[in-house]
Design a protein around this ligand. Structure first.
Ligand SMILES: NC(=O)c1ccc[n+]([C@@H]2O[C@H](COP(=O)([O-])OP(=O)(O)OC[C@H]3O[C@@H](n4cnc5c(N)ncnc54)[C@H](O)[C@@H]3O)[C@@H](O)[C@H]2O)c1
Ligand SMILES: [Zn+2]
Length: 331
Protein backbone atom coordinates (compact mmCIF):
# COMPACT_ATOMS: atom_id res chain seq x y z
CA UNK A 1 0.00 0.00 0.00
CA UNK A 2 1.30 3.39 -0.92
CA UNK A 3 -0.15 6.65 0.33
CA UNK A 4 0.95 9.81 -1.45
CA UNK A 5 1.00 12.91 0.71
CA UNK A 6 0.73 16.15 -1.23
CA UNK A 7 1.90 18.73 1.27
CA UNK A 8 4.51 21.47 0.70
CA UNK A 9 6.68 18.50 -0.16
CA UNK A 10 5.16 15.49 -1.94
CA UNK A 11 6.15 12.09 -0.67
CA UNK A 12 5.07 8.47 -0.44
CA UNK A 13 4.27 6.48 2.67
CA UNK A 14 4.81 2.78 2.07
CA UNK A 15 2.74 0.60 4.39
CA UNK A 16 3.96 -2.91 3.78
CA UNK A 17 6.66 -5.45 4.33
CA UNK A 18 8.02 -4.92 0.91
CA UNK A 19 11.51 -3.80 1.71
CA UNK A 20 12.19 -3.04 -1.92
CA UNK A 21 10.43 0.27 -1.52
CA UNK A 22 13.35 1.43 0.58
CA UNK A 23 15.84 -0.10 -1.84
CA UNK A 24 14.35 2.10 -4.54
CA UNK A 25 14.97 5.31 -2.66
CA UNK A 26 17.60 7.41 -4.44
CA UNK A 27 19.29 10.61 -3.43
CA UNK A 28 22.30 12.51 -4.71
CA UNK A 29 24.44 12.50 -1.58
CA UNK A 30 27.10 10.06 -0.45
CA UNK A 31 26.40 9.75 3.25
CA UNK A 32 23.54 8.40 5.34
CA UNK A 33 22.98 9.23 9.01
CA UNK A 34 20.81 6.60 10.67
CA UNK A 35 19.57 8.08 13.93
CA UNK A 36 18.17 5.45 16.25
CA UNK A 37 17.86 4.62 19.94
CA UNK A 38 19.68 1.95 21.92
CA UNK A 39 16.73 -0.50 22.05
CA UNK A 40 16.07 -0.36 18.33
CA UNK A 41 19.77 -0.53 17.62
CA UNK A 42 20.19 -3.63 19.80
CA UNK A 43 17.40 -5.40 17.93
CA UNK A 44 17.89 -4.17 14.38
CA UNK A 45 21.46 -2.97 13.92
CA UNK A 46 21.69 -4.97 10.68
CA UNK A 47 18.52 -3.61 9.18
CA UNK A 48 20.15 -1.26 6.71
CA UNK A 49 22.91 -3.67 5.71
CA UNK A 50 21.20 -4.35 2.37
CA UNK A 51 20.36 -0.73 1.68
CA UNK A 52 22.51 2.25 0.82
CA UNK A 53 25.27 -0.20 -0.12
CA UNK A 54 27.07 2.35 -2.25
CA UNK A 55 26.82 5.02 0.46
CA UNK A 56 28.76 5.69 3.61
CA UNK A 57 26.40 4.84 6.48
CA UNK A 58 26.88 6.36 9.95
CA UNK A 59 24.74 5.18 12.85
CA UNK A 60 24.10 7.56 15.73
CA UNK A 61 22.52 5.93 18.76
CA UNK A 62 20.71 7.99 21.39
CA UNK A 63 19.35 6.80 24.72
CA UNK A 64 15.85 5.33 24.55
CA UNK A 65 13.13 7.54 25.96
CA UNK A 66 11.70 11.01 25.96
CA UNK A 67 14.79 12.59 27.56
CA UNK A 68 16.58 12.23 24.23
CA UNK A 69 14.29 14.89 22.77
CA UNK A 70 16.52 17.48 24.40
CA UNK A 71 18.53 20.47 23.24
CA UNK A 72 21.74 18.75 24.37
CA UNK A 73 21.15 15.61 22.31
CA UNK A 74 20.02 17.71 19.36
CA UNK A 75 23.18 19.86 19.36
CA UNK A 76 25.33 16.79 19.83
CA UNK A 77 23.81 15.20 16.71
CA UNK A 78 24.33 18.38 14.66
CA UNK A 79 27.97 18.45 15.71
CA UNK A 80 28.38 14.81 14.75
CA UNK A 81 26.92 15.39 11.29
CA UNK A 82 29.19 18.37 10.79
CA UNK A 83 32.22 16.48 12.09
CA UNK A 84 31.48 13.53 9.79
CA UNK A 85 31.29 15.83 6.77
CA UNK A 86 27.56 15.72 5.95
CA UNK A 87 26.18 18.19 3.45
CA UNK A 88 22.73 19.09 2.17
CA UNK A 89 22.65 16.34 -0.45
CA UNK A 90 23.11 13.67 2.20
CA UNK A 91 20.38 11.83 4.04
CA UNK A 92 19.11 11.54 7.61
CA UNK A 93 17.09 8.43 8.43
CA UNK A 94 14.90 8.36 11.54
CA UNK A 95 14.90 4.75 12.69
CA UNK A 96 12.75 4.26 15.78
CA UNK A 97 9.65 5.49 17.52
CA UNK A 98 8.21 8.96 17.87
CA UNK A 99 11.09 10.16 20.00
CA UNK A 100 13.69 9.34 17.38
CA UNK A 101 11.36 10.63 14.65
CA UNK A 102 10.73 14.01 16.27
CA UNK A 103 14.39 14.47 17.16
CA UNK A 104 15.79 13.34 13.80
CA UNK A 105 13.28 15.42 11.91
CA UNK A 106 14.35 18.50 13.82
CA UNK A 107 18.00 17.68 13.15
CA UNK A 108 17.29 17.13 9.44
CA UNK A 109 15.25 20.31 9.10
CA UNK A 110 17.90 22.52 10.66
CA UNK A 111 21.23 20.98 9.70
CA UNK A 112 22.53 23.30 6.99
CA UNK A 113 18.97 24.67 6.79
CA UNK A 114 17.55 21.35 5.72
CA UNK A 115 18.91 18.00 4.57
CA UNK A 116 17.18 14.99 3.01
CA UNK A 117 15.07 13.08 5.47
CA UNK A 118 13.25 9.75 5.47
CA UNK A 119 11.52 7.95 8.27
CA UNK A 120 11.51 4.25 9.14
CA UNK A 121 9.17 4.05 12.13
CA UNK A 122 9.35 1.08 14.49
CA UNK A 123 6.54 1.70 17.01
CA UNK A 124 2.81 1.55 16.47
CA UNK A 125 2.46 5.17 17.56
CA UNK A 126 5.03 6.28 15.00
CA UNK A 127 3.36 4.12 12.31
CA UNK A 128 -0.11 5.57 12.77
CA UNK A 129 0.73 9.10 13.72
CA UNK A 130 4.10 10.73 14.28
CA UNK A 131 6.00 9.59 11.18
CA UNK A 132 3.62 11.41 8.84
CA UNK A 133 2.69 15.07 8.81
CA UNK A 134 6.01 16.80 9.28
CA UNK A 135 5.93 17.91 12.89
CA UNK A 136 9.39 17.78 14.42
CA UNK A 137 10.26 18.68 18.00
CA UNK A 138 12.46 18.66 21.03
CA UNK A 139 11.38 19.47 24.57
CA UNK A 140 12.35 22.53 26.59
CA UNK A 141 12.61 22.78 30.37
CA UNK A 142 9.25 24.53 30.47
CA UNK A 143 7.34 22.00 28.44
CA UNK A 144 7.18 19.30 25.82
CA UNK A 145 7.53 19.92 22.08
CA UNK A 146 8.03 23.67 22.54
CA UNK A 147 10.81 23.82 19.96
CA UNK A 148 10.46 22.39 16.49
CA UNK A 149 9.65 22.84 12.84
CA UNK A 150 7.24 21.67 10.17
CA UNK A 151 9.41 19.57 7.89
CA UNK A 152 7.89 16.89 5.71
CA UNK A 153 9.98 13.76 5.12
CA UNK A 154 11.04 12.63 1.64
CA UNK A 155 9.50 9.23 2.32
CA UNK A 156 8.12 7.02 5.09
CA UNK A 157 8.81 3.27 5.09
CA UNK A 158 6.52 1.38 7.44
CA UNK A 159 7.22 -2.27 8.13
CA UNK A 160 4.77 -3.92 10.53
CA UNK A 161 7.32 -6.65 11.27
CA UNK A 162 8.91 -4.26 13.77
CA UNK A 163 5.79 -4.48 15.91
CA UNK A 164 6.62 -8.09 16.79
CA UNK A 165 9.30 -6.99 19.23
CA UNK A 166 7.42 -4.02 20.61
CA UNK A 167 6.54 -4.35 24.33
CA UNK A 168 2.80 -4.63 25.00
CA UNK A 169 2.84 -1.30 26.81
CA UNK A 170 3.98 0.36 23.58
CA UNK A 171 1.30 -1.44 21.58
CA UNK A 172 -1.23 -0.06 24.06
CA UNK A 173 0.30 3.36 23.51
CA UNK A 174 -0.26 3.15 19.75
CA UNK A 175 -3.84 2.01 20.30
CA UNK A 176 -4.56 5.26 22.13
CA UNK A 177 -3.84 7.20 18.94
CA UNK A 178 -5.76 4.66 16.83
CA UNK A 179 -8.75 5.22 19.15
CA UNK A 180 -8.40 8.93 18.37
CA UNK A 181 -8.53 8.28 14.61
CA UNK A 182 -11.46 5.98 15.11
CA UNK A 183 -13.48 8.74 16.82
CA UNK A 184 -12.38 11.28 14.22
CA UNK A 185 -13.52 8.97 11.43
CA UNK A 186 -16.66 7.91 13.24
CA UNK A 187 -15.96 4.22 12.63
CA UNK A 188 -14.29 1.37 14.42
CA UNK A 189 -10.93 0.74 12.76
CA UNK A 190 -10.28 -2.98 13.03
CA UNK A 191 -7.06 -4.07 14.71
CA UNK A 192 -7.16 -7.44 12.93
CA UNK A 193 -4.92 -6.41 10.07
CA UNK A 194 -2.31 -3.95 11.24
CA UNK A 195 -1.27 -2.75 7.79
CA UNK A 196 -4.88 -1.91 6.96
CA UNK A 197 -5.33 -0.24 10.32
CA UNK A 198 -2.22 1.90 9.91
CA UNK A 199 -3.20 2.84 6.35
CA UNK A 200 -6.70 3.86 7.52
CA UNK A 201 -5.26 6.21 10.15
CA UNK A 202 -2.69 7.67 7.79
CA UNK A 203 -5.18 8.25 4.99
CA UNK A 204 -7.19 10.36 7.38
CA UNK A 205 -4.11 12.20 8.61
CA UNK A 206 -2.96 12.81 5.04
CA UNK A 207 -6.28 14.46 4.15
CA UNK A 208 -5.99 16.80 7.10
CA UNK A 209 -2.31 17.60 6.58
CA UNK A 210 -2.86 18.35 2.91
CA UNK A 211 -5.59 20.85 3.76
CA UNK A 212 -3.90 22.45 6.78
CA UNK A 213 -0.23 21.53 6.95
CA UNK A 214 0.71 24.29 9.39
CA UNK A 215 -2.20 23.84 11.80
CA UNK A 216 -4.11 27.02 11.08
CA UNK A 217 -7.36 25.33 12.02
CA UNK A 218 -8.47 21.96 10.67
CA UNK A 219 -5.33 20.12 11.79
CA UNK A 220 -6.26 20.92 15.39
CA UNK A 221 -8.76 18.07 15.08
CA UNK A 222 -5.83 15.69 15.43
CA UNK A 223 -5.52 16.92 19.00
CA UNK A 224 -8.69 15.10 20.04
CA UNK A 225 -8.05 13.68 23.50
CA UNK A 226 -4.85 15.65 23.88
CA UNK A 227 -5.98 18.57 26.09
CA UNK A 228 -6.65 16.33 29.05
CA UNK A 229 -4.25 13.69 27.71
CA UNK A 230 -1.35 16.11 28.11
CA UNK A 231 -2.61 17.09 31.55
CA UNK A 232 -2.60 13.43 32.60
CA UNK A 233 0.89 12.99 31.15
CA UNK A 234 2.13 15.89 33.25
CA UNK A 235 0.16 14.83 36.34
CA UNK A 236 1.84 11.42 36.12
CA UNK A 237 5.24 13.06 35.73
CA UNK A 238 5.57 11.55 32.26
CA UNK A 239 5.77 8.05 33.73
CA UNK A 240 2.98 6.81 31.41
CA UNK A 241 3.20 6.50 27.65
CA UNK A 242 1.82 9.30 25.49
CA UNK A 243 -0.82 7.12 23.83
CA UNK A 244 -2.07 5.76 27.14
CA UNK A 245 -2.64 9.31 28.33
CA UNK A 246 -4.40 10.15 25.07
CA UNK A 247 -6.69 7.19 25.79
CA UNK A 248 -7.59 8.72 29.15
CA UNK A 249 -7.88 12.14 27.49
CA UNK A 250 -10.41 10.76 24.99
CA UNK A 251 -12.60 9.65 27.90
CA UNK A 252 -12.47 13.19 29.31
CA UNK A 253 -13.24 14.67 25.91
CA UNK A 254 -16.28 12.41 25.71
CA UNK A 255 -17.51 13.32 29.21
CA UNK A 256 -17.12 17.02 28.49
CA UNK A 257 -18.80 16.64 25.08
CA UNK A 258 -21.73 14.83 26.69
CA UNK A 259 -22.37 17.72 29.05
CA UNK A 260 -21.58 20.69 26.81
CA UNK A 261 -22.99 19.34 23.55
CA UNK A 262 -25.85 17.25 24.87
CA UNK A 263 -24.86 13.82 23.56
CA UNK A 264 -27.52 11.16 24.08
CA UNK A 265 -26.83 8.22 26.38
CA UNK A 266 -26.91 5.98 23.33
CA UNK A 267 -24.27 8.02 21.57
CA UNK A 268 -22.07 8.11 24.66
CA UNK A 269 -22.35 4.35 24.94
CA UNK A 270 -21.40 3.92 21.26
CA UNK A 271 -18.24 6.01 21.76
CA UNK A 272 -17.41 4.23 25.02
CA UNK A 273 -17.61 0.90 23.21
CA UNK A 274 -15.03 2.15 20.73
CA UNK A 275 -12.73 3.36 23.52
CA UNK A 276 -13.10 -0.01 25.27
CA UNK A 277 -12.19 -1.81 22.05
CA UNK A 278 -8.82 -0.03 21.98
CA UNK A 279 -8.28 -0.56 25.70
CA UNK A 280 -8.30 3.14 26.57
CA UNK A 281 -7.86 3.28 30.35
CA UNK A 282 -10.95 4.33 32.29
CA UNK A 283 -9.31 5.95 35.29
CA UNK A 284 -10.40 8.81 37.46
CA UNK A 285 -7.99 11.62 38.20
CA UNK A 286 -8.54 14.60 40.50
CA UNK A 287 -10.40 16.78 38.01
CA UNK A 288 -9.43 20.09 39.67
CA UNK A 289 -5.76 19.24 39.41
CA UNK A 290 -6.01 18.27 35.75
CA UNK A 291 -7.92 21.47 35.11
CA UNK A 292 -5.23 23.58 36.70
CA UNK A 293 -2.63 21.87 34.48
CA UNK A 294 -4.82 22.59 31.42
CA UNK A 295 -5.03 26.24 32.50
CA UNK A 296 -1.28 26.58 32.62
CA UNK A 297 -0.83 24.85 29.28
CA UNK A 298 0.62 27.36 26.83
CA UNK A 299 -2.00 26.45 24.24
CA UNK A 300 -4.85 28.17 26.08
CA UNK A 301 -5.48 31.86 26.74
CA UNK A 302 -6.56 33.53 29.98
CA UNK A 303 -10.23 32.63 29.69
CA UNK A 304 -10.30 29.23 28.06
CA UNK A 305 -8.89 26.70 25.66
CA UNK A 306 -9.65 25.31 22.20
CA UNK A 307 -10.68 21.71 22.74
CA UNK A 308 -11.60 19.07 20.23
CA UNK A 309 -14.99 17.79 21.28
CA UNK A 310 -17.68 15.63 19.74
CA UNK A 311 -21.00 17.10 18.68
CA UNK A 312 -24.47 15.58 18.77
CA UNK A 313 -23.90 13.96 15.38
CA UNK A 314 -20.73 12.39 16.79
CA UNK A 315 -18.57 14.55 14.54
CA UNK A 316 -15.37 16.05 15.96
CA UNK A 317 -15.30 19.84 16.27
CA UNK A 318 -12.80 22.39 17.53
CA UNK A 319 -14.64 24.25 20.26
CA UNK A 320 -13.51 27.09 22.50
CA UNK A 321 -14.36 26.10 26.07
CA UNK A 322 -14.01 28.61 28.91
CA UNK A 323 -12.37 27.60 32.17
CA UNK A 324 -15.62 28.65 33.89
CA UNK A 325 -17.49 26.06 31.84
CA UNK A 326 -14.91 23.41 32.60
CA UNK A 327 -15.01 24.26 36.30
CA UNK A 328 -18.78 24.01 36.47
CA UNK A 329 -18.74 20.57 34.88
CA UNK A 330 -16.84 19.22 37.89
CA UNK A 331 -16.21 15.65 36.74
N1 LIG B 1 5.43 14.47 15.41
C1 LIG B 1 4.21 14.08 15.68
O1 LIG B 1 3.28 14.35 14.92
C2 LIG B 1 3.96 13.29 16.92
C3 LIG B 1 2.69 12.68 17.11
C4 LIG B 1 2.50 11.90 18.24
C5 LIG B 1 3.54 11.71 19.15
N2 LIG B 1 4.76 12.31 18.93
C6 LIG B 1 5.87 12.12 19.86
O2 LIG B 1 6.23 10.75 19.81
C7 LIG B 1 6.87 10.39 21.02
C8 LIG B 1 6.38 9.05 21.49
O3 LIG B 1 6.71 8.10 20.52
P1 LIG B 1 6.71 6.54 20.84
O4 LIG B 1 5.47 6.20 21.60
O5 LIG B 1 6.97 5.84 19.58
O6 LIG B 1 7.89 6.39 21.91
P2 LIG B 1 9.44 6.01 21.79
O7 LIG B 1 10.03 6.52 20.56
O8 LIG B 1 10.04 6.41 23.08
O9 LIG B 1 9.40 4.40 21.72
C9 LIG B 1 8.87 3.68 22.79
C10 LIG B 1 9.83 2.60 23.29
O10 LIG B 1 9.83 1.51 22.37
C11 LIG B 1 11.17 1.16 22.02
N3 LIG B 1 11.09 0.61 20.68
C12 LIG B 1 10.91 1.28 19.52
N4 LIG B 1 10.72 0.43 18.50
C13 LIG B 1 10.81 -0.81 19.01
C14 LIG B 1 10.67 -2.12 18.47
N5 LIG B 1 10.34 -2.31 17.18
N6 LIG B 1 10.83 -3.18 19.29
C15 LIG B 1 11.09 -2.99 20.62
N7 LIG B 1 11.21 -1.80 21.19
C16 LIG B 1 11.06 -0.71 20.41
C17 LIG B 1 11.93 2.43 22.17
O11 LIG B 1 13.30 2.20 22.37
C18 LIG B 1 11.28 3.05 23.41
O12 LIG B 1 11.83 2.49 24.57
C19 LIG B 1 6.60 11.52 22.00
O13 LIG B 1 7.78 12.26 22.17
C20 LIG B 1 5.54 12.36 21.30
O14 LIG B 1 5.63 13.72 21.64
C21 LIG B 1 4.97 13.09 17.83
ZN1 LIG C 1 -0.57 12.23 20.31
Amino acid sequence: MTIRVKASKEYDVFVNNDLNALADYVFDGEKVAVITDENVNALYHDYFADYFVDKEVFTYVVKAGEESKSAAVYIDLLNKLARDGFNRKDLVVAFGGGVVGDLSGFVASTFMRGIKFISVPTTLLADVDSSVGGKTAINLDVGKNLCGTFYQPDGVYINVEFLKTLPSREIACGKGEIAKYSLLLGEKISLENMSDCIARCLRYKKEIVEKDEFEGGLRKLLNLGHTFGHAVEKYENYSLSHGECVGVGLRYALKISRILNGLTDGNVKAVEDILDYYGCPDRDYPYDELLSIVKHDKKGNASGVDMVLINKELKPIVQFVTFEQLKEISL
